[in-house]
Design a protein around this ligand. Sequence first.
Ligand SMILES: [Zn+2]
Length: 280
Amino acid sequence: MRDEFDNQTKEVLARRVGYRCSNPNCRKLTSGPQEDPTKAVNIGVAAHITAASQGGPRYDARLSSEERKSIDNGIWLCQNCAKLVDNDEQRYTADLLLEWKKLSEQAALLEVENLSPPSESSIVEDIELLRFYSQCFDRPAFQDPFRREGSMEAFDRAIADTITAINTGALRARDGTILAQAKGKSYLSNPEWREKMDTIVDLLRAIRSRYLLAVQTGQIYLGPEHQGQQFYDIRDEQVAEWMDSTRAEIIQLFSDLCEEAGIPPLRFPRFFRRRWDHYW
Ligand SMILES: [Zn+2]
């Protein structure tokens, strides 16, 4: 028997996150108008954090049936992300999904509180936000040539963390602790700046998709892991070139934005230092 959520639980889950997918890397709107003016489309899913029935992803036998279908065990996701998290329970653990839920609810709350029209102080706030995003780019994943990355997995995670930081305003360290807390890009009151940050996030997402594709097709070979280090081999030079040029484009776009805002552009000194201390 599956412990399904009732309709009210689903509705509240959706509303608590403003009908957005709770994956901080996605944040897709899951609701909108249908052609029929009396109807709305919904592409959201109330997903189970631990599975609704035995054998399902992240199933937790310790939960009672009531707990399993309670709102505490639910998370609002778009259809794609719901599929994604159920296909890879090693990567998408219950703890990670709970973290997503919390972040997404915080983001929705900030958005609701911040409905006042833009003022002079909002320009100052915009500049502060850009400074924060600038800090998010200050990591090896944006500084080293792709071929010199210490770890492919860490590279991919760093890109994912950067997307999360720009979308939700939470910048995390390797161990998951929050280094800095600001607001997501939807709080920028200058619409042009917001649009540029959207483009940057699209490019960051493209990097992750390209990386995944390269691994799947063998353009990047990932070897076995040994003592926390994973051997890798880039077998298609075009992938490395594409990665480097796409990152250069991101850095250029962001630096232009900094210039407009009157803050220092990204400048990455290419001196050698120990990268990914965690891995060496
Ligand atoms: Zn999603």
